[in-house]
Design a protein around this ligand. Sequence first.
Ligand code: ATP
Ligand code: MG
Length: 443
Amino acid sequence: MNTAAAQTLIEVETCSKAFPLPDGKGEFTVLRDVSVKVGRGEVVALLGRSGSGKSTLLRMMAGLIPASSGTIVSNGVPLRGPNPDVGMVFQSFALLPWLTVIENVELGLEARGVARTERTKRALRAIDLVGLDGFESAYPKELSGGMKQRVGFARALVVEPKVLFLDEPFSALDVLTAENLRGEIDDLWNAGTFPAKSILIVTHNIEEAVFLADRVVVLGANPGRVRGEVLIDLPRPHHRGDDRFKLLVEYLYTVMTNPAMDVTAGPSVMVPGAAQRPAPAKVSAYARELPHVRVGTISGLLELIVETGEPTVEIARLSERLALPMDDLLGILDAAALLEFATIAEGDVTITELGRDYATTTILRSKDLFRQQVLAHAPIIATIVNTLGEKANKTMRADFFLDILDEYYPADEAKRQFSTAVEWARYAELFEYDADEELLYIA
Ligand SMILES: Nc1ncnc2c1ncn2[C@@H]1O[C@H](COP(=O)(O)OP(=O)(O)OP(=O)(O)O)[C@@H](O)[C@H]1O
Ligand SMILES: [Mg+2]
């Protein structure tokens, strides 16, 4: 099935990518020493949480942006500029609204200097392939989301690229439309007549990765790096009902909920208790990141676990019941684990005594518990509280903390850390924020 490693099509060798910080003070490393291979004939998934640099890596491999260091070799040639071996499908369909379906599909061929009659012939074939027969002269605004993305696929495939790059191509579609299109692409691939030799798909959807890929490369965040890879050792097509499929999904849930876990082993050797949350790093309090979730969602999750009557629930099951995007669920789980309301291991979440108490007690007492846990385990908030406490007027400018957070996070993330800290602290009645005056104070 996967003998592709012998025939490498694209190879990324110890590549890093840093962006300059907007204030001109230094740079922000998005990817560090990433090495990835895509072989001929395989489907590879890049799985990672939001911000782990998946899109950045894909754009580097497509030659749309240069690496800061390291080399990328495509089909034996070191990459300089746009990669001629790649066709790309984006999450947002990126169609030109003033062009018809066939004109949108022909664009890529025009750029490659293909003659007009040949262009039309090939575009019609690609449109046929993605099931848009009859819609050649429709405009994008007349199409549903699923149909627009079919145009996206046709436009990428019409050039018969060696590798098809997919950047979360199903995530802007509703669940059923996504499921349908994903299945069709998989069918085309399995039929062996796919107009590309390999597929590289970026996703943060674990089931999607296991369904489509022969190999899943797991990326970690801060900075983005390769944590390891998991071989999807299933015959194609991959069936969701297979025990091995479920085991692989469960294993990847475990991996994704345990940023420090070793991913090299694969699911057959899962050792109970091996997957533990890393000890808080002994770096500055500001570097310990807050998950961006609203306080209410943490209680919501804990209440749902209490309702099941069991202390331990499979995360995959929770994800189904809540119908939450994976990133949102992971954020809530992170927050619950950070505050010691739950522990996470082996793809399961277990509510702690404290968590049960928090979810079932009176509002007043749950606020006290939240405050106590935030002060103990959310160092950004504890540090702000201590700093404010030392001021005679118990007031400080928000800039003071934002400037410090800017040293640790890219600008957007620094703002998000700040607003999450404010939201949690407000709920815990630890401090207040006057957004008009941009002042933090203890009431
Ligand atoms: N041009 C840029 N300038 C500065 N920072 C950037 C740039 N492009 C990406 N970043 C930063 O790099 C980090 C990774 O971004 P990227 O879009 O690659 O992540 P991702 O894994 O694709 O996330 P998502 O799942 O949300 O799409 C983010 O913190 C982002 O803010
Ligand atoms: Mg992305």
